[in-house]
Design a protein around this ligand. Structure first.
Ligand SMILES: Cc1cc2nc3c(=O)[nH]c(=O)nc-3n(C[C@H](O)[C@H](O)[C@H](O)COP(=O)(O)O)c2cc1C
Length: 130
């Protein structure tokens, strides 16, 4: 096992003035001893998931970049707003792309989620971790 746990931080907001993006930027300096908090590559350039794109040209480069970063990490932390009692579409879209990949980037990865919002009700259920 590495000296330090490497945790990849994925931000769920694209907004320039995003509170969650500000939190994401602040996190590396706030990491506890024994942990690196690493900012993930951006998810805003992923095309909308379409199996035809996947069939024709494989996974988009930015999705492959994020998958590689997740596979290299010991765990994943989502920092995201809640949109309408769920996750923002941009984050769901990224997860949809990642969910089709083999080897599965999220397999056996511990995942946590937090964010800057007044209320956060939504529950993440995943069958990706096998
Ligand atoms: C489309 C949309 C849906 C939202 N739905 C919720 C919600 O369900 N619960 C909540 O607490 N805030 C909700 N909000 C408010 C966001 O949490 C708030 O705007 C937050 O600042 C967005 O995160 P950001 O600052 O990182 O962009 C919603 C905002 C938007 C734009």
């Amino acid at each position: 096992m590495a000296d330090k746990l490497n945790i990849l931080v994925i931000c769920g907001s694209l907004r320039k003035g995003s509170y969650n993006a500000a939190l994401t930027r602040a996190l590396p300096a706030l990491a506890p001893e024994g942990m690196n908090l690493i900012t993930a590559p951006p998810i805003g350039t992923f095309p909308l998931y379409n199996a035809d794109i996947q069939d024709a040209s494989g996974f988009p480069g930015p999705a492959e970049d994020l998958a590689a970063a997740i596979r290299a990490a010991d765990g994943v932390l989502f920092v995201t707003p809640e949109y309408n009692w769920s996750m923002p579409g941009v984050l769901k879209n990224a997860i949809d792309w990642l969910s089709r990949m083999t080897p599965q980037p999220f397999a056996a990865k511990p995942i946590a989620m937090f964010g800057a919002a007044i209320l956060m009700y939504f529950v993440v259920q995943t069958q990706l971790v096998k």
